[in-house]
Design a protein around this ligand. Sequence first.
Ligand code: TEU
Length: 553
Amino acid sequence: MAPSNPTWWKESVVYQVYWRSFFDADGDGYGDLEGVIRKLDYIRELGVDVIWLNPVYESPDRDNGYDISDYEAVMPKAGTMATWERLLDEVHRRGMKLIMDLVVNHTSDRHPWFLESRSSKDNPKRDWYIWKEPRDGGPPNNWRSYFAPSPWTQDEETGQYYFHSFASEQPDLNWRNPEVREEIYRMMSSWLDKGIDGFRLDAIALLAKPDGFPDAERPEDIRYLTNNPGLHDYLREMNERVLSRYDIVTVGEAAFVTPAEGLKFVGEDRRELNMLFHFEVCDEMASWDMRRFKDIQRRWYEGLWGKGTNSQFLNNHDHTRQVTRYGNDGRYRVQSAKLLATMLHTLPGVPYIYQGEEIGMTGVRFGAIEDYDDIAMRNRYAEEVDKGADPAETLARLAPLSRDNSRTPMQWDGSPNAGFTEGKPWIRVNPNYADINAAKDLADPDSVYRYYQSLISLRRTHDVMVYGDFAEWPERRGDEHLYVYERTLDGRRWLIVLNHGDEPARLDRPERLRGLSLRLLLANYPADPAEGEDAMQLQPHEARIYEVETNRN
Ligand code: TEU
């Protein structure tokens, strides 16, 4: 297949900073922008190119900054605009780039636009949000929202309902209204004019709503919230009016898309966005399922390669840490964290690292609902317990996928609160911080952090990892633990071998590889000097990257 056009952002590795849990410089228990500045060398040393900063805008903070009440101000918990500007300078000074997380599907219910909109039916901003009359005295349709039993909340003042894809404190903007779009584009340009390097666009597949909001046959399947007609017109307009005017990178959050639909967001000839996060893995694989994962990778490769760019990730601030959810966070934690990293950095697409992943941080189990902060978890718990579910059973069922699993503070060292804060942390620290922390990893040449450094530097120096075609070994396609694939570019040939299982495994070399020499470039176990020519003996969670001798060599 045709390799894609070389571009800086395709060659990048992105590091996600969930600032409120990163480093607290002022002792109020929340991470902050000053804290990010102090830890920039740590991030830079890893070798990453781009930082994705979770929302820092003014917000009542009901959904951790995803409920914005002023797009052009910084929330005091994070710091001031002056600190943010210093952060941008310091990121650039270190040769990195900064992308901002932006939420344009909805605002906070405290945003002045919404306060005006809700004030009366004839307010000029009424149509900036989505208002409907009740149906039979109840909500206008039978849908669910992401975070609530209904996406409709009735406003006492006028008796009408407003629409919210997420919590009731997050009313959706009405993208059909050209004034709304104008104002959003103006705001986006003002951030870009400050010199940022792009956006991660939150919930971007939700912008368009269907005509008339028809009832759903299966209300529990919330796909109706996404990918509605008109969406791509908005994205093209946004690109034309704003994005195309800057040398930036954009990544859109797009749940529930097939590769064919995904291509509509990122097709290079379509002029919409650069990359997307599809959630096929996170949404459909509660735990690891190798065959399914391979199938997902294959379909997305076939759908996008040469035409648009994919993202590689298994966790973020909404999804339980990868080594706990998909790997082994017990005996083989270190090996497993390295294997998952190897996989994400060698599969086609741009790798995203979520803070703490680079030291193999794990998920957490809190004993009481009060210890959970996540609005999605708390609302769901309340709904189920209200309906009569057993509280302990509900907590145990919701805990493994609670978003708080990935939101516990960054574990810097073995001092109290993991060195994250000198105050009381806004969310409890994972009790395993004495064992798992950055100071330990930095002191250990075999640590997960050091492995990430090697992996990223390999990617920086070998474009076969970025632009190489991808092919699985067909004889291992059905294997539930082994994942074996090659990347090839201009006569260079790399082989990646992964044993994602708790048992050792043997991998025979197929005929086509017999006699060719393999040069080991990186592995998460020491090489076995006794290993024969024809078969590899793989340890549990072993990962290897080889360069295969080719005729060119
Ligand atoms: O998440 C929105 C969203 O669509 C996710 O719930 C996604 O579908 C899911 O991760 C796939 O399983 C974004 C933010 O990342 C989240 O933190 C916010 O709470 C939400 O938007 C509302 O702004």
